[in-house]
Design a protein around this ligand. Structure first.
Ligand code: 26Y
Length: 808
C-alpha cells in the first residue's frame, strides 16, 4: 500500500472508532451528523497534540505573547479548515465516502460559530488564523455566547429573527478547562484605608474557560481562542435551593449566567445597556487574571509585564481593561501608580473600526458608578493626570481639554471609551489608509496634536485559507496547477498570474471555474428563495450588514432604473443581470429593515414580470453568515462597495470578492482605494463623490431635491417607490424611506451619487459584453490581491505594534 492509502485506511479506522466510542453509533448506522462528529474527534485529537506542544514551546522559550481581546469572533465552521491545516482532507474524504457520503455534506452538518456581528468579528477570526500560521505566540480572548448572531428568516418580505442555539448539540471543537475559573466582581462600594483602596463588591460570578484550538497552516503551531462562560457561584445557588425555594434559586442563577447568554446583535448602532457593560467587564476581568497568572508563573514578577505581554483592544469594547489592569496592579499587587501606568500604556494597543460619532461607545458615569465603582475612580484619576499634562500643551484652551477629557460633560456625564483606549495605549490604528488619515484629521485630531506618533495604519486583510482555498476549491486547484501552491501562505505569489492574462487557454479555464461557482450559487439561490436564476447572467453582489451608510438603497434605485429602462426599450441589447443581496439588519433598526422589505417587494414585481424574463432578477439570500458567504464570494462577477465616501472604515468583503475574481464597483472609500491602487484604475469601477467633496457639500448646504428635480429617471424611480408601485396593498409603505432622502436631508447622499452610479453601471455592462476583456480584468484583480492577506496585516501588527518577531 502507498503511504497515502495507508493514511486513509488508518483515518477510516479512526473515524469508525470515534463513531463507536464518542458518538455511540455503529459504522453502518452513522448519519451525516454522526460522521461530522466522528471526523471532528479525529481531527481534534491531532490538534490537541499540536496544542500541547505549542504551549510547552512558548512556555519554555519565555515567549512574548499577544493577547487579542475581542467581544466578537465570527468563526463560522471549523471542520474543513482543521482538516486542511492537518493535511488530512483527502484521507477524510475517502473515509466518509466509505459511508456513502461526501465530505462536503458531512461538513455542512456543522453549525456556524457565529460569535460576531460582521466585519469586526470576522476580522478577528481571520487574524487568529494568521497568528497561528505565522507561529505568533498568541491567544484570542472573548465570550462563549450560548446564542450567537440571530438567524434571519424572511416572512412575506420582512426580516424575522430567531435565536441561534449553536451549542444545543454541543460542539466537538471546544475544550472545557474545568480547572480554569476566575471570580469576576460587580457593584458595591470602595473603602479607602489610607493609601489603599479596597473594593467591597456586592456580587460575584465565576468565569470558566473553554478553549478552541486555532490551527496554523503549513506549520505545526496552533493558537488558542479562550472563551469565558459565566457561571453562578455554587454557594449562592445552594442558599436558596436549601430552603426549598427552587424558583428563587433558578432566578439567582439566571441573573448571573445571563452575562454570557447572547451576543449583542448591533453593529455600529450603540447598545447602551447595562448587560453589555457587564459583558465587557466580565471577559476583560477574567482574561486579565488569566494573563497575569500565566505571566507570574513564567516570570515571577509583574514588573516586566509589558516586556512579555501585548494586549490588543479590538475596538473600545474591551477598553475597561485599561482601568482593570491599573486596579489589579495597584490595589491587588501594591504597585505604585506611576509604575503601573507605564506598564499599562506599554502593554495596550487599540484598533478603531469606525468614524461615525454615533457609533462610539460611551457609558453614563452613574451606570459605571453602580456597576464598577472602583474602575470609575481609576478613570477619574487617569483623566485628572492626563488633563493636567494636556493643559501644559495648550494653556488656557478649555475647548481642547473638554474634547480630550475621558468624561463627556455635556448633558448626562458619560465615560468616553475611545478616549480611555487612546490614553491607555501606546499605539492606536485605523483599518485602511483613508480611515487612519481621517481619524487623525477628524475625531481624534486633538489626540493626534498631542501624540502624533501614537497613531498609525494597519490596512485590514483576509485569510486566503478560508476565502480562497476552502471557499473556492476550483480556483484553488487552477492556481496550484498554474503557479504552484505557495500562494496559500505567501499570497503575493498570485502576482505570477499576470503573465497568464494573455493566455487564452488559461482564461478559458478561469472562466470555467467562475461558471461552475455561479451554478453552485444559483443552486443555493433556488434552494433558499425558490427563485431560478441563470448562471449566464452577470451576478451583481452586495453582501454585508444592512446599514444606511452602506447604501443598499442606492443599489435598489439602480435596479429600478434598469427595470424601467428595460420596459421602455425591451429590444435593446441588455446584459442579463442578477442583483443579489444578503445581510442582516439590527433588530431595532427600522430603516434597515424597511430596506430589506423594499428589496423583496421590488424583487416580486420584477421577477414576476413576464416582459423582463432573464434580463433582470433581484434576489435576497436569507441568513447571511460565514458559511453562506463561502458560497457567494466565488460566484460573484461584480462586487458592490458603494458606501458614502468617508464612512466605511475599510471593508473586508471587498477583498474577499476581488480575491475570488469579482470586479469592484465602488466609491473612493475605505480599502476600495487601496484595491484600486493595487489592481489599477482600468480594472475597477470607481464612481461618485470623494471624501473631501462629501464634506464640502455637507458644509455648503446639500440639496437633495435638486437631484430629484434635475434627473428624470431618478424622479421616476423615487415616484414609483413612494407612489406604492412596489407595495400596492399598502401604497404608503416606503414613504418614510423616500422622505428621508427628499426631505430628511439624504444623510448619506444617495441622490448626489445616483447619476454617476448609474452611468458606471452602464460601463460595467459594456465590459461584460466582451467576455475576454472581462476575464482579463478579473484575473488581474486576483493577481494583485496578495497584499490583502491577513498574514501581511498580522506581520505588520506584530512588528510595528506588538514588538514580536514573526517568520513573515
Ligand atoms: C458597540 C457595539 C454595539 C458595536 C458592535 C459591533 C459597534 C460596532 C460593531 C461592529 C463594527 C464593525 O464591524 N465594523 C467594521 O469593521 C471592519 C473591520 O475593521 C471594517 O472593515 C468595516 O469597515 C467596519 O464597518
Amino acid at each position: 500500500m502507498s503511504t497515502t492509502s495507508t493514511a486513509s485506511a488508518s483515518l477510516r479506522a479512526a473515524i469508525d472508532e470515534q463513531l463507536l466510542k464518542t458518538v455511540g453509533v455503529s459504522a453502518q448506522d452513522a448519519t451525516q451528523t454522526d460522521l461530522m462528529k466522528a471526523v471532528a474527534q479525529v481531527a481534534r485529537a491531532q490538534l490537541s497534540q499540536r496544542w500541547v506542544e505549542t504551549q510547552a514551546h512558548d512556555r519554555s522559550s519565555q515567549a512574548r505573547r499577544v493577547y487579542y481581546l475581542s467581544m466578537e469572533f465570527l468563526i463560522g465552521r471549523t471542520m474543513s479548515n482543521a482538516l486542511a491545516a492537518l493535511g488530512i482532507t483527502d484521507a477524510a474524504a475517502k473515509g466518509v465516502s466509505e459511508h456513502a457520503h461526501t465530505l462536503e455534506e458531512v461538513c455542512d452538518r456543522e453549525p456556524d460559530a457565529a460569535l460576531g456581528n460582521g466585519g469586526l468579528g470576522r476580522l478577528a477570526a481571520c487574524f487568529l488564523d494568521s497568528m497561528a500560521t505565522l507561529d505568533l505566540p498568541s491567544f484570542g480572548y472573548g465570550i462563549r455566547y450560548e446564542y450567537g448572531m440571530f438567524a434571519q428568516d424572511i416572512v412575506r418580505g420582512t426580516q424575522v429573527e430567531y435565536p441561534d442555539p449553536w451549542l444545543a448539540d454541543g460542539t466537538p471543537w471546544e475544550f472545557p478547562r474545568a480547572d480554569i475559573s476566575f471570580p469576576v466582581r460587580f457593584g458595591g462600594w470602595v473603602e479607602h484605608l489610607g493609601e489603599r483602596a479596597v473594593w467591597r463588591h456586592s456580587a460575584e460570578v465565576a468565569a470558566k474557560a473553554y478553549d478552541m484550538v486555532i490551527p496554523g497552516h503549513a506549520t505545526d503551531k496552533v493558537s488558542t481562542l479562550r472563551l469565558w462562560k459565566a457561571v453562578a457561584p455554587a454557594h449562592l445557588d445552594l442558599a436558596a435551593f436549601n430552603t426549598g425555594d427552587y424558583g428563587r434559586a433558578a432566578q439567582v442563577k439566571n441573573e448571573f449566567e445571563n452575562i454570557s447568554w447572547v451576543l449583542y446583535p448591533n453593529d455600529s448602532t450603540p447598545a447602551g445597556r447595562e448587560l453589555r457593560l457587564r459583558q465587557e467587564y466580565f471577559f476583560v476581568a477574567a482574561s486579565v487574571q488569566d494573563i497575569l497568572q500565566r505571566h507570574i508563573l513564567e516570570h515571577g514578577t509583574l514588573a516586566n509585564l509589558h516586556e512579555k505581554v501585548a494586549m490588543h483592544l479590538n475596538d473600545t469594547h474591551p477598553a475597561i481593561a485599561v482601568a482593570e489592569l491599573m486596579r489589579v496592579l495597584c490595589d491587588e499587587h501594591s504597585m505604585p501608580w506611576a509604575q503601573a501606568w507605564e506598564i499599562c500604556k506599554n502593554t495596550f494597543s487599540y484598533t478603531n473600526h469606525t468614524l461615525m460619532p454615533e457609533a462610539l461607545e460611551t457609558w453614563p458615569v452613574a451606570l459605571m458608578q453602580h456597576v464598577l465603582p472602583r474602575h470609575l475612580e481609576i478613570i477619574f484619576r487617569i483623566n485628572a493626570e492626563f488633563l493636567e499634562m494636556a493643559a501644559k500643551f495648550r494653556p488656557g484652551d478649555n475647548g481642547f481639554l473638554a474634547r480630550l477629557s475621558l468624561i463627556d460633560e455635556a448633558g448626562e456625564r458619560r465615560v468616553r471609551m475611545a478616549n480611555l483606549s487612546i490614553v491607555g495605549s501606546h499605539k492606536v490604528n485605523g483599518v485602511s489608509a483613508l480611515h487612519s488619515d481621517l481619524l487623525v484629521e477628524t475625531i481624534f485630531a486633538d489626540f493626534a496634536a498631542l501624540w502624533p506618533d501614537r497613531f498609525t495604519n494597519m490596512t485590514n486583510g483576509v485569510t486566503p485559507r478560508r476565502w480562497l482555498s476552502q471557499a473556492n476549491p476550483g480556483l484553488a486547484s487552477l492556481l496550484d496547477e498554474t503557479i504552484g501552491s505557495e500562494w496559500r501562505i505567501k499570497l503575493d505569489k498570485l502576482k505570477l498570474l499576470e503573465s497568464k492574462v494573455d493566455d487564452a487557454a488559461f482564461r478559458d479555464a478561469f472562466k470555467a471555474v467562475k461558471r461552475s461557482n455561479k451554478a453552485r450559487l444559483a443552486a443555493h439561490i433556488e434552494r433558499s428563495t425558490g427563485i431560478k436564476v441563470s448562471p449566464d447572467s452577470l451576478f451583481d453582489v452586495q453582501v454585508k450588514r444592512i446599514h444606511e451608510y452602506k447604501r443598499q438603497l442606492l443599489n435598489v434605485l439602480h435596479v429600478i432604473t434598469r427595470y424601467q429602462d428595460i420596459l421602455a426599450n425591451p429590444n435593446a441589447d441588455w446584459v442579463p443581470r442578477v442583483t443579489i443581496f444578503a445581510g442582516k439588519a439590527a433588530s431595532s433598526y427600522v430603516a434597515a429593515k424597511s430596506i430589506i422589505r423594499l428589496i423583496h417587494d421590488v424583487g416580486s414585481v420584477i421577477n414576476n414580470d413576464p416582459r423582463i424574463g432573464d434580463k433582470l432578477k433581484l434576489v435576497f439570500i436569507p441568513n447571511y453568515g460565514v458559511s453562506v458567504a463561502e458560497i457567494i464570494m466565488p460566484g460573484a462577477d461584480l462586487s458592490e462597495q458603494i458606501s458614502t465616501a468617508g464612512t466605511e472604515a475599510s471593508g473586508t468583503g471587498n477583498m474577499k470578492l476581488a480575491l475570488n475574481g469579482a470586479l469592484t464597483i465602488g466609491t473612493d472609500d475605505g480599502a476600495n482605494i487601496e484595491i484600486r491602487q493595487n489592481v489599477g484604475d482600468d480594472n475597477i469601477f470607481i464612481f461618485g463623490l470623494r471624501t473631501p467633496e462629501v464634506l464640502a457639500l455637507k458644509r455648503g448646504g446639500y440639496q437633495p431635491m435638486r437631484h430629484y428635480e434635475g434627473n428624470r429617471s431618478l424622479k421616476a424611480v423615487l415616484d414609483a417607490i413612494s407612489g406604492g408601485q412596489f407595495s400596492p396593498e399598502e401604497p404608503g409603505r416606503y414613504r418614510p424611506l423616500v422622505d428621508a432622502l427628499l426631505w430628511g436631508g439624504d444623510h448619506y447622499m444617495l441622490l448626489a451619487d445616483y447619476e454617476s452610479y448609474v452611468a458606471t453601471q452602464a460601463k460595467v455592462d459594456s465590459l461584460y459584453r466582451q467576455s475576454d476583456e472581462w476575464a482579463k480584468r478579473a484575473i488581474i484583480n486576483v493577481a494583485n490581491m496578495g497584499v490583502f492577506s491577513s498574514d501581511r496585516t498580522i506581520a505588520q501588527y506584530a512588528k510595528e505594534i506588538w514588538g514580536i518577531p514573526t517568520k513573515a
